[in-house]
Design a protein around this ligand. Structure first.
Ligand code: ZN
Length: 318
């Protein structure tokens, strides 16, 4: 069974915490939610690594800092060639599986990295980026994040051009963090299925980062996938989350969007509180047991744990 996680922030955590430009040994000894040992124990087969654009780099350094994170990603792959390998397509993911290596896919979280130019989108693609989260929480020159609320408005002309160019290139358009008007602009403009790489259901936890039923259905109708986020604040308003809360969101997303729509998007190393029982990526596999306990078929469990994300990659990345 392929286990595929659509979002972790480990690149940012390692780069900022280690204060070194070379990740040699860094992933092996990492003390966050993700390290080499945990990835192995958890049998993670494919992973999107997000190069997160930090707000401190917004005014002129966004591309600069993103390029440093991308170098960190590639250097990490060079350092662990027996275990990590680049994947830019579904075929690459299957090839990694065949050789027992972790398929590493590259994402950028924050359209600020484009610095207003489609040329930089194409250059990022050439460097291996296959997913772009259009916004983080705030306004940028593509659109507005969910912290801006509906008043932030929809996608800009440039945002619509980015959607069109991402469709042409074969990149995954990530609507996590986007405000609602922007979300609906993406749904209308994109000719390819979209991803919400790390978002949950608003009906179960009324947080601005979560998706309404209408949004869940729209992603499902287009053949897209929603990665369930393990962040406590997006799972429950009670202050502490358990494995059952994650399973509740999966159940709900399946109920509203169908079995083909749900995947994993842990947000490990980007969140502080994790659910009890899901403390790091070595534990991700336990979700399969939980789904089994709730009566899901083997086929359905395989889709949720990774099959749906693999299908999306096959459809969009080619
Ligand atoms: Zn995020």
């Amino acid at each position: 069974m392929l286990i595929f996680d659509a979002h972790i922030d480990t690149l940012s955590l390692l780069l900022t915490s280690s204060r070194i430009s070379r990740p040699r040994q860094t992933l092996a000894g990492a003390e966050g939610h993700v390290n080499l040992e945990y990835l192995r124990q958890g049998n993670i087969g494919a992973q999107f690594w997000a190069a997160f654009v930090h707000p401190r780099s917004y005014n002129g350094l966004a591309l600069h800092d993103t390029l440093e994170k991308i170098d960190f990603f590639w250097t990490m792959l060079d350092d662990y060639p027996d275990y990590l390998t680049f994947a830019g397509s579904a075929q690459d993911i299957r090839a990694a599986q065949a050789t027992g290596r972790l398929a590493c896919l590259l994402a950028v979280e924050g359209g600020e990295a484009l610095e207003g130019k489609l040329a930089h989108l194409r250059n990022l693609y050439r460097l291996g980026v296959r997913l772009l989260t259009l916004t983080w929480n705030f306004r940028n020159d593509l659109g507005a994040g969910q912290m801006e609320g509906p008043e932030g408005g929809g996608l800009s002309r440039f945002g619509l051009e980015v959607v069109e160019e991402m469709n042409r290139l074969g990149m995954l358009i990530d609507v996590s963090h986007l405000n609602e008007p922007g979300f609906w602009d993406v749904i209308e403009a994109s000719s390819s299925p979209v991803i919400a790489s790390h978002s949950n259901a608003k009906a179960l936890c009324d947080h601005p980062r979560n998706l309404t039923d209408e949004q869940i259905r729209a992603i499902a109708d287009g053949g897209g996938v929603i990665g369930v986020n393990f962040c406590t604040a997006f799972l429950t308003s009670s202050g502490a989350a358990t494995l059952d809360d994650v399973l509740n969101h999966i159940d709900y997303l399946v109920k509203v969007g169908g079995i083909e729509t749900v995947g994993l998007g842990s947000d490990f190393d980007g969140i502080t509180e994790t659910p009890i029982g899901l403390e790091n990526c070595s534990r991700t596999l336990i979700l399969a047991d939980g789904l089994n306990g709730r009566g899901y078929s083997v086929d359905a469990i395989e889709k949720i744990m990774g099959g749906n994300l693999l299908r999306l990659c096959a459809n969009v990345l080619g």
